[in-house]
Design a protein around this ligand. Structure first.
Ligand code: GLC
Length: 471
C-alpha cells in the first residue's frame, strides 16, 4: 500500500512539474515575441538571421571627451554616470550643449575605412547612431540645428555623415540600420527648461501639457521620416530608450511610426528595444548572451571595449574572446552585434583595426561554421559549441579557447556522433582528423602541429540521417 502511495505521489509530482514547465514555456514564448505577419519583413528577418555578425557604431558629441555616450547629461545618482571634471550639473550641461558641438569637427572622417575594416572582420551588417539620447543628430535634420551638419563640420563635403556611412557600407554589401534614440534630452518638448531634469524621463506631466507631448511625437515622426526617406535603403530601425513606451505613459505611437517607416522602406525590421511585441522584430539582450537557445530572432549587442563609444585608454576584449562569444551566440540561434566607437576625428583606431583584422582572419577560414547556419538541439558540451548546416546533417564543432589556454591534443564531446565511416575534418584546411566514439562520447585527436596553438578551431562532420528519413 505504501508503495502505491509513494508511486502515486511521484507520478503526481512529475505530472504537475511537467505541466508547469510546459505552461511556463508556452506563456514565455507567446508573451515575449510576436512573429511579424508581413511577408517582406519575414523575408528580411530570414536574411538578417543568416548574417550572424554585425557592427554598431556609437559616434556623436560624446566622442570628443571620450565619455559614456550622452549619459552624463542625465541627473541620476549612479556610479557609471560621472560629470568628468565638472563639479556642477548645470555647468556640465551648458558645456555639453554649447561647447561640444563647436569642438566636434571630424575632419578625418572616412566611412570607406570603417566599411573596409569591418568587412575584413567578417561583419555583414551595420547599425549607426543617427541620434543618441542627447538629441545631437548625425544626419541632416531640417527640424533642428543641433546636428553635425549644422555645426563646426557644416562646410565639409560629407557633413551629412549618416548619408556617407550608409552609402559606404551598402557599397560593400552590408545590410544597414539606423540606431535612433526615442528620448531626446535636447528637445524642449521632452526635457523642458521650465522644470529640472531629475532623471532620464520626460520632465513634465504629459496629461497637464498634452500639446507638448504631441509636439514631441510629431518631431520624432518627422525625424524618423527623414531617415527613412533621404538615406537610401535602410534595413533596420533600431530604436533605443525603452523607457519611452506606453507602459511608462510615454506613448509615441509606434503603430503609426512603423506604418510610415515601412511605407517608405518595405520590409523594414523594426526593433523597438525591450518593448516586447509587434514592433520588436528581434530582441536585443545587451552585454549578455541568453542562457539557452531561443526559438525566435535575437541579437546580443556587446562592446569590443568596455564602452559603446570611443574612450581614452580602452580595455579591449581579445579577438579570441569575441570569437568565443560569436560561437556561443550562433549556437544558441542569435546574431552578434559588436560595438565599436570611432574617434572624434572620425577614425577607427589602430588597436581596434588590429583586433578586427585578427577576428577576420579566423572568420575567413571558419565562416562556413557561422554564416547561414542553423541551430542543432545538442548545441554545447564543455568548450565545444555546435552549429548545423542548412541541410541539417552536417554539423560544425566550434572549439572556444578559454582566455590564456592553448588547444588540447584531444577534443571530446558527448552526443553528436559522426556517421560511421565518415570523416571529421578541420574546417580551415579540410584535413581529416582521427576520431573514435565510445558510449556516445566522441574524441577527436588533433594533429601534433595544432597542439599548443592559440587559434580556436572548427571541425566539420556528417551525422546519420534521422531514422524516419531512411527508407
Ligand atoms: C544602452 C546604453 C545606450 C547605448 C545602448 C546600445 O541602452 O544606455 O547608451 O546606446 O545601450 O546598445
Amino acid at each position: 500500500m505504501r508503495k502505491i502511495v509513494v508511486l502515486f505521489v511521484v507520478a503526481f509530482c512529475l505530472l504537475s512539474t511537467g505541466m508547469r514547465a510546459q505552461h511556463t514555456f508556452v506563456h514565455k514564448q507567446s508573451s515575449t515575441y510576436e512573429w511579424p505577419e508581413d511577408s517582406l519583413v519575414l523575408k528580411k528577418l530570414d536574411q538578417w538571421r543568416d548574417l550572424k555578425f554585425g557592427v554598431i557604431f556609437h559616434w556623436g558629441l560624446y566622442a570628443v571627451p571620450g565619455i559614456v555616450e550622452s549619459w552624463a547629461l542625465c541627473s541620476e545618482d549612479v556610479d557609471w554616470i560621472s560629470r568628468y571634471g565638472h563639479n556642477n550639473y548645470q555647468e556640465f550641461k551648458d558645456w555639453y550643449w554649447n561647447g561640444l558641438s563647436k569642438q566636434f569637427n571630424p575632419t578625418e572622417f572616412e566611412p570607406a575605412q570603417w566599411a573596409e575594416v569591418t568587412k575584413q572582420a567578417g561583419m555583414k551588417y551595420m547599425i549607426f547612431t543617427t541620434k543618441h539620447h542627447d538629441g545631437f543628430c548625425m544626419f541632416d535634420s531640417q527640424y533642428t540645428d543641433f546636428s553635425i551638419s549644422r555645426c563646426a563640420f557644416k562646410e565639409h563635403p560629407k557633413a551629412d555623415v549618416a548619408k556617407y556611412v550608409f552609402e559606404a557600407f551598402r557599397k560593400e554589401g552590408f545590410m544597414t540600420g539606423a540606431y535612433f534614440s526615442k528620448p531626446d534630452w535636447h528637445n524642449q518638448d521632452y526635457w523642458w527648461d521650465y522644470f529640472a531634469t531629475p532623471n532620464r524621463n520626460v520632465n513634465y506631466k504629459i496629461e497637464r501639457h498634452p500639446e507638448k507631448w504631441e509636439a514631441f511625437k510629431t518631431y520624432t515622426h518627422n525625424q524618423i521620416g527623414e531617415l527613412m526617406s533621404n538615406y537610401g535603403t535602410v534595413d533596420i530601425l533600431w530604436l533605443d530608450g525603452g523607457w519611452v513606451s506606453p507602459r511608462n505613459n510615454q506613448d509615441i505611437d509606434m503603430p503609426q511610426i512603423a506604418a510610415m517607416a515601412r511605407a517608405k522602406q518595405p520590409g523594414l525590421l523594426v526593433v523597438d528595444r525591450t518593448i516586447h511585441g509587434k514592433y520588436e522584430n528581434y530582441q536585443t539582450p545587451e552585454q549578455k548572451i541568453p542562457e539557452h537557445q531561443l526559438p525566435y530572432p535575437w541579437e546580443s549587442c556587446v562592446t569590443l571595449t568596455t564602452d559603446w563609444g570611443w574612450v581614452k585608454n580602452p580595455v579591449y576584449k581579445t579577438p579570441n574572446r569575441i570569437i568565443s562569444i560569436l560561437m556561443e551566440v550562433v549556437a544558441k540561434g542569435g546574431n552578434l552585434l559588436l560595438g565599436v566607437g570611432p574617434t572624434a576625428e572620425g577614425l577607427i583606431e589602430q588597436p581596434t583595426v588590429k583586433r578586427l583584422q585578427e577576428i577576420g582572419r579566423w572568420m575567413q577560414k571558419n565562416g562556413k561554421a557561422i554564416y547561414h547556419t542553423r541551430i542543432t538541439p545538442n548545441y554545447h558540451c564543455g568548450n565545444v559549441w555546435f552549429t548545423a548546416d542548412k541541410n541539417g546533417r552536417t554539423l560544425y564543432a566550434l572549439y572556444a579557447l578559454p582566455e590564456g589556454e592553448t588547444l588540447p591534443a584531444v577534443i571530446e564531446w558527448e552526443g553528436n556522433v559522426p556517421e560511421r565511416g565518415t570523416s571529421v575534418r578541420l574546417l580551415s584546411t579540410g584535413q581529416r582528423m582521427k576520431w573514435i566514439e565510445r558510449d556516445g562520447k566522441v574524441a577527436v585527436t588533433l594533429p601534433a602541429k595544432l597542439a599548443g596553438s592559440t587559434e580556436p578551431i572548427a571541425l566539420q562532420f556528417d551525422t546519420p540521417l534521422p531514422k524516419q528519413n531512411k527508407k
